[in-house]
Ligand binder design. Structure first.
Ligand SMILES: NC(=O)c1ccc[n+]([C@@H]2O[C@H](COP(=O)([O-])OP(=O)(O)OC[C@H]3O[C@@H](n4cnc5c(N)ncnc54)[C@H](OP(=O)(O)O)[C@@H]3O)[C@@H](O)[C@H]2O)c1
Length: 259
């Protein structure tokens, strides 16, 4: 029993260290992204390795974020999955990653190839984060009995849902800018793109910020911080491109070029 207890404590300690390391990596990434764009999609560069087909890259790199947590739930002792707050948080996580890993890659239209290094880093991140989030929620996280009526959980869940809907809807708008076979860039309109140029990124940042608020743990907060760092950088780069008028094909380009 003592041995079991100490191994559980050790595993929780390892999970906490993983979360702190993710925050540290977010700080390093923040500094790096002051000098460089995240190198995939529009900002892909051959200096980060051979190109990997966009659909294949998105499917394979995101799959561990779904499969590894699924295996953890099915085949390891997941003593906390019967608790309602844990169940709801795990459901939020899976809702996102079922869409991201099993649906999103197959909807991509004319996406740019992903450099090999970016593909590997994304794969490692999804594996690392998938394990950290779901192992913590399924085996360790303990919430007060009335946690699901706590303002943090309620506000976090609403933020998560709004963010998820905005993210999926905005990705849908971006996808439909291209006719089959097209690869160029157009100015997105509709939905949250009427208010922000990086609506898909804003949606995902909101989603994981809500998840962190509802989950109230260093693990969910680390994921929200990392996501914010990466996606804010992409959103800023996208906005700069818009303002410089380098995206072709929309009448508003003329306006953007002259203001
Ligand atoms: N949680 C995280 O840490 C994290 C990290 C990265 C991404 N994500 C999420 O993954 C999703 C995709 O991210 P992303 O960085 O690839 O987004 P993105 O740069 O906006 O690209 C999304 C897709 O839309 C296309 N696209 C973008 N702007 C377009 C335009 N103006 N006209 C026509 N097509 C356009 C892109 O094609 P091209 O490939 O040809 O540019 C790509 O296929 C987003 O929902 C994002 O939130 C999450």
């Amino acid at each position: 029993m003592d041995a079991l207890l100490s191994s559980a404590e050790e595993e929780l300690y390892v999970l906490d260290c993983m979360a702190h390391f993710m925050v540290f990596m977010a700080a390093c990434t923040f500094v790096t992204l002051l000098f460089e764009n995240v190198p995939y999609g529009r900002y892909a560069s051959s200096k980060y390795g051979a190109p990997v087909n966009a659909r294949f890259a998105w499917f394979v790199q995101e799959l561990p974020a779904f499969l590894l947590p699924l295996c953890l739930i099915l085949w390891t002792s997941s003593s906390k999955t019967s608790l309602l707050p844990n169940r709801l948080l795990i459901a939020m996580y899976f809702c996102h990653y079922v869409q991201r890993s099993l649906i999103y890659p197959f909807l991509i239209r004319g996406g740019k190839s992903t450099p090999f290094a970016s593909f590997i880093l994304a794969f490692v991140f999804c594996t690392y984060n998938g394990y950290m989030q779901i192992r913590y929620l399924s085996h360790f996280a303990e919430y007060p009995v009335d946690w699901i009526t706590h303002p943090c959980f309620l506000a976090g869940s609403v933020l998560w849902l709004v963010g998820w809907v905005v993210n999926v809807h905005s990705d849908h708008i971006l996808r439909n800018l291209r006719k089959p076979g097209e690869t160029g860039y157009k100015i997105p309109t509709g939905g949250m793109f009427e208010y922000v140029s990086g609506a898909n990124f804003l949606g995902e940042i909101t989603e994981w910020a809500g998840f962190a608020l509802a989950g109230h743990s260093v693990h969910s907060s680390a994921f929200a911080i990392f996501t914010t760092v990466v996606l804010t950088s992409r959103a800023v780069a996208t906005t700069k491109k818009l303002l410089l008028g380098t995206i072709k094909g929309d009448i508003r380009e003329a306006f953007l070029l002259t203001t």
